[in-house]
Design a binder for this molecule. Structure first.
Ligand code: ZN
Length: 277
């Protein structure tokens, strides 16, 4: 008969390997783990990815043209909430360069943001977001009652999603809503492109399925209100850089700078509402 400590450590090891979305037991031993319960996919070796000050350059967080495209994109996505931002207490988790926070503040929202990269926190402060409302971790925020929470390509970076949602529940009012946009496992482009899928990169440790996300948020008292197809306004320059990386053929930057198109490679938008007290 194993002693209590031995049993506890065995239980905790089993939980570490379970599906991050629905907690079904881990299947497979390869680099990519698939959940038989909800269809989410995760890569345990990527879970310890470190976000440093090189990260914003890697992701183009401080490029003005990219920020302008992000705003144009976000303006369209947030209309899905069908509610004015003015007077709302808003939180954005993983705000990148901070352009969306400043944009919401300009529309009358009280904005707070969580961002692990110090250079990004400084960028948001430079855009006029009050430093007291900028935190490195959700754990550093207290005494708030948020109405709206945004995760724009960020929820898939949370390495402890359940713990994160427990904390979020202490910072949101009943009836609060969360809008997420993220690449999902259950999309056509991932099935077609396999390992060439553009979202399959070193800082993405999990690709939730829509079912997995719904179960995870539901487990914490949030019900799925709606889903949407979140196209992104992407500049010709960004697309050209990706093509150059693959083909090593330089493309003319000047004419591409002013062009942009709406694209979606396997991302889903989801809106959850907090139904629990
Ligand atoms: Zn699962």
């Amino acid at each position: 008969m194993p002693d209590t400590m031995e049993r506890l450590s065995r239980v905790s090891a089993a939980w570490r390997g379970a599906c991050p979305a629905c907690r079904a037991p881990e299947a497979g031993t390869g680099e990519y783990r698939d959940c038989m319960g909800c269809g989410s996919v995760w890569v345990p070796s990527r879970r310890d990815y470190r976000y440093d000050d090189e990260y914003p350059a890697f992701r183009g967080h401080h490029d003005d043209a990219i920020a302008a495209c992000k705003i144009k994109t976000f303006e369209r996505w947030q209309r899905r909430l069908e509610t004015p931002l003015a007077g709302k207490n808003v939180l954005e988790v993983g705000f990148g360069g901070g352009a969306t926070l400043a944009w919401m503040r300009d529309r009358g929202a009280t904005v707070s943001g969580v961002e692990p990269v110090a250079a990004n926190r400084a960028a948001a402060a430079a855009l006029g977001v009050p430093p007291a409302r900028i935190a490195a971790r959700l754990d550093d925020i207290a005494g708030e009652d948020f109405d709206l929470v945004f995760y724009l390509d960020s929820f898939e970076h949370e390495t402890e999603p359940s713990r994160h949602l427990e904390k979020l529940n202490r910072l949101t009012r009943p009836g609060a809503r969360a809008l997420l946009v993220l690449p999902v496992a259950d999309c056509l482009s991932r099935r077609v492109m396999g390992r060439w899928w553009p979202h399959d990169i070193r800082d993405h440790w999990v690709f939730y399925s829509t079912l997995g996300l719904t179960r995870l948020w539901d487990h914490h008292g949030w019900s799925l209100e709606s889903t949407f197809h979140p196209s992104k306004y992407i500049s010709g320059l960004t697309i050209a850089r990706h093509v150059e990386l693959k083909t090593r053929v330089p493309l003319p930057a000047a004419p591409l700078r002013s062009t942009a198109i709406w694209l979606n490679f396997g991302e889903r938008g989801l809106i959850f509402q907090k139904t629990a007290e």
